[in-house]
Ligand binder design. Structure first.
Ligand SMILES: Nc1nc2c(c(=O)[nH]1)N[C@H]1C(S)=C(S)[C@@H](COP(=O)(O)OP(=O)(O)OC[C@H]3O[C@@H](n4cnc5c(=O)[nH]c(N)nc54)[C@H](O)[C@@H]3O)O[C@H]1N2
Ligand SMILES: Nc1nc2c(c(=O)[nH]1)N[C@H]1C(S)=C(S)[C@@H](COP(=O)(O)OP(=O)(O)OC[C@H]3O[C@@H](n4cnc5c(=O)[nH]c(N)nc54)[C@H](O)[C@@H]3O)O[C@H]1N2
Ligand code: SF4
Ligand SMILES: [Mo]
Length: 674
């Protein structure tokens, strides 16, 4: 039995055990002794060994033989593949154009080592262009950090002690399922579970109360709540003056937001707003759990700021189980040694389509090196991304385990190992446990870990910096070499023996109340809140809205999908077997659409043909389709991101406004197409 941990970009970071017989992995199960995993994985990963041994695995390097996008390749050797990549890179470097090489990667494997530390070093060494990996969590982090400074949140497991649990724009039962037992236990002990989400999700269905607010109206809801808290004298003035600054400004902005005004902006009734404000104070601790549901909007940062401000004025941080539970990444980043990096030219990853297609782009990108990501599926404004990947003068390398929709466009595909074939240190953004992922089998075929690909490419390029020759074990040891109290007692050896370890943080630690090592206890920063408007939203009265009157949400919806990892694998499809468009009966009727009709969804960026599903899980004015399906499922060979909005915050940092997307829907054929 070999101990490891899941690599997916998922808050649960499960610890697992692999049974190996004669060099073949025969069973994979959740570690029974791990307090979060508790012996079970999830519907996505239960059959992960099928993925490891899948007949479609890429097992040798491949070179393109057909047109871009056609996925026609021939096998080549590693020396031939690396030789060709290195000679193209060398040509650009010698020409003084190293920045026309772009590293594009994300969190396909989110482990500390395999997510990119070695490839980052390689591209740092040559001065290639980079991307800001900010499509997930950065907007929400910015918003909460503006209140909390260092955005330490409560350990989500402390929700066990909450009496009022607010799941704010997070679909826990689908996206964070190992937190659900904690919530259920608290519920059994009398806690009330409230979901705030524009969609009736699986989590909303299981909650005591679902507040189905208008998309993007969260700030107006918070202002209404703070209005009531203040008006009814429910707030603790001593707590607020001792632990916050900027309350007068926040209070002044909330004064204008009577429950009735908040109702008209949010569609949550004034009486429910009054009730919730009272509940959150009278039934403490109130724990607010949020992830990234509301960040994919123009006002996403303000929404995160509003939620953090609400937690601050409630004073919930004082009791274990109260406060804000968001990403735990800051705990991990504080604990682990920071990799040494050099600054290189970089653009927000959401801009890839624009960068590849804009003739005036400086520097022009001539060589794109993709690893741990599937930009053809996951980036907004897909048509633009695909036009970029189609460019004949772009040399594209994709490192992956399968021929993804991005790999179809590659000039060279390099075969990557899976998690049971390489070493990694798994940190988590959903809890405080680290795990060591030990390789259980030798790599299949000629697959190599990202780290080894970087080492070989460095040699090929003649780079002799010793840091580019470190082994995977050296890299794990390096990450653990930080002299921080959170790492007390955690070494490579202890992890090797036990498999996992919780950061040395007391289980009843109260961030922003108790002192944390090295974290100054500064007041939380409040200030006026601005509901703002979205970029493309219903109710704004824009010209665009006249043409495209429906909001379009493309959330993570399926229990067996994990981003774009499984949307091309039949055994992972939901029982209906294909993607659908959820539309409310009111909007369907207005367009003559019935259940099962084939419909066309379109806007200026693109179009999709899907099957309609009439559902009151969405509200009138809002249509929804799941993110994660690969391109083969529609006649256009496109997925939901063909329609989504690639705008990013004005400072260039944060997520794209995926969910600020307007569309129109009609029966397919109504415009003469099928
Ligand atoms: N419309 C819409 N778009 C979205 C979102 C949404 O909700 N709606 N969510 C956004 C969010 S939050 C995220 S995080 C992104 C996710 O975007 P990505 O991180 O790009 O997506 P993943 O599908 O998790 O992983 C991408 C690839 O990594 C590969 N991979 C896994 N392990 C390894 C490895 O060890 N080595 C290499 N080389 N490759 C590996 C997988 O095979 C997979 O093809 O999508 C974003 N896009
Ligand atoms: N099964 C499964 N699990 C996953 C993933 C997956 O693809 N599949 N992806 C993983 C990744 S990368 C991430 S980042 C996490 C994300 O985890 P979550 O943040 O929980 O997931 P999302 O589906 O992005 O968003 C959650 C909810 O936000 C709601 N929402 C949208 N707009 C608004 C709004 O304006 N206000 C409010 N209050 N709510 C809004 C959506 O309807 C959705 O139900 O999940 C991880 N876990
Ligand atoms: S995808 Fe998430 S829930 Fe599933 S095994 Fe991996 S970490 Fe656990
Ligand atoms: Mo994400």
């Amino acid at each position: 039995m070999v101990r490891g941990a899941c690599h997916h970009d998922c808050p649960d970071t499960c610890a697992w055990e692999v049974t190996v017989v004669d060099g073949v992995a025969t069973a994979l199960r959740g570690a029974a002794d791990h307090p979060v995993t508790q012996g079970t994985l999830c519907p996505k990963v239960n059959r992960f060994l099928d993925r490891v041994y899948h007949p479609d695995r890429v097992l040798t390097p491949l070179r393109r033989t057909g047109t871009k996008g056609a996925a026609e390749f021939e096998p080549i050797t590693w020396p031939a593949a690396l030789g060709e990549i290195a000679s193209r890179m060398r040509g650009l470097i010698d020409d003084g154009r190293a920045s026309s090489i772009m590293q594009f990667s994300f969190a396909g494997t989110q482990g500390v080592i395999q997510m990119g530390v070695m490839l980052d070093r390689l591209f740092d060494a040559i001065g290639a262009s980079d991307v800001h990996r900010e499509l997930c969590g950065v907007t929400s982090r910015k918003g909460s950090a503006s209140v909390l400074r260092q955005p330490f949140g409560m350990d989500p497991m402390q929700l066990r002690h909450a009496r009022t649990i607010v799941l704010w724009g997070t679909n826990t039962r689908i996206t964070n399922r190992h937190l659900w037992p904690t919530i259920e236990q608290a519920h059994q002990d009398g806690a009330m579970v409230i979901v705030i989400d524009p969609v009736r999700t699986d989590t909303a269905r299981a909650a005591d109360l679902h507040l189905q607010l208008r998309p993007g109206s969260d700030v107006a809801l918070v202002l209404g709540l703070i209005h009531v808290l203040d008006r009814d004298g429910l707030l603790d003035a001593d707590w607020i003056s001792a632990h916050t600054e900027g309350w007068p400004q926040l209070r002044a902005s909330a004064l204008l937001w009577t429950p009735q005004q908040s109702e008209s902006a949010t569609c949550i009734s004034a009486s429910q707003i009054e009730w919730l404000a009272h509940r959150m104070v009278q039934e403490q601790p109130t724990g607010i759990r949020t992830l990234i549901g509301s960040e994919h909007r123009r006002n996403g940062e303000e929404i995160a700021r509003a939620i953090a401000s609400l937690a601050a004025v409630l004073g919930s941080w004082q009791q274990v189980g109260g406060g804000l539970a968001r990403s735990t990444a800051v705990w991990m980043q504080t604990a682990l040694a920071k990799p040494r990096r050099t600054i290189r030219p970089a653009v927000n990853m959401a801009r890839l389509g624009e960068v590849l297609t804009n003739p005036a782009q400086v520097p022009r990108i001539d060589l794109l090196f993709v690893h741990n990501s599937n930009p053809a599926v996951m980036l907004p404004d897909q048509n633009r991304v695909l036009s970029g990947l189609q460019r004949e003068d772009l040399f594209t390398v994709v490192v992956d385990q399968f021929i993804t929709d991005t790999a179809r466009y590659a000039d060279i595909v390099l075969p990557a190992t899976t998690q049971i074939e390489h070493l990694d240190l798994a940190d988590s953004w959903g809890h405080l446990f680290l795990a060591l992922n030990q390789p259980a089998i030798t790599p299949r075929g000629e697959a190599l870990p990202n780290t080894e690909i970087a080492r070989r490419l460095a040699l090929e390029l003649g780079l002799d910096d010793p840091s580019l020759a470190l082994s995977d074990e050296d890299l794990v040891r390096e990450a653990l070499s930080n002299d921080h109290p959170f790492l007390t007692g955690i070494t490579f050896e202890t992890l090797q023996e036990r498999g996992w370890a919780r950061l040395a943080v007391p289980s009843d630690a109260r961030p922003h109340v108790d002192a944390l090592p090295g974290v100054p206890n500064e007041p939380m920063r409040l200030g006026a809140l601005e509901p703002g408007t979205g970029d493309e939203v219903v109710g704004g009265g824009s010209d665009l809205e006249q043409r495209y009157p429906l909001a379009f949400i493309t959330r993570k919806q399926h229990a067996k999908f994990l981003n774009a990892n499984y949307g091309g694998f039949e055994d992972h499809y939901p029982s209906i077997g294909h993607p659908v468009l959820q539309i409310h009966a009111v909007d369907a009727q207005a367009r003559g659409i019935s259940e099962g009709d084939v419909v066309r969804i379109f806007n200026d960026r693109g179009e999709l043909t899907l099957v309609a599903q009439i559902s009151d899980d969405v509200q009138p004015g809002l249509v929804a389709a799941a993110f994660g399906w690969w391109l083969q499922h529609t006649p256009q060979r496109r997925a939901v991101n063909a329609l989504t909005n690639a705008q990013i915050p004005s400072d260039g940092h944060g997520s794209a406004f995926f969910h600020d997307t307007l569309v129109e829907v009609c029966l397919a054929g109504a415009f003469g197409d099928a």
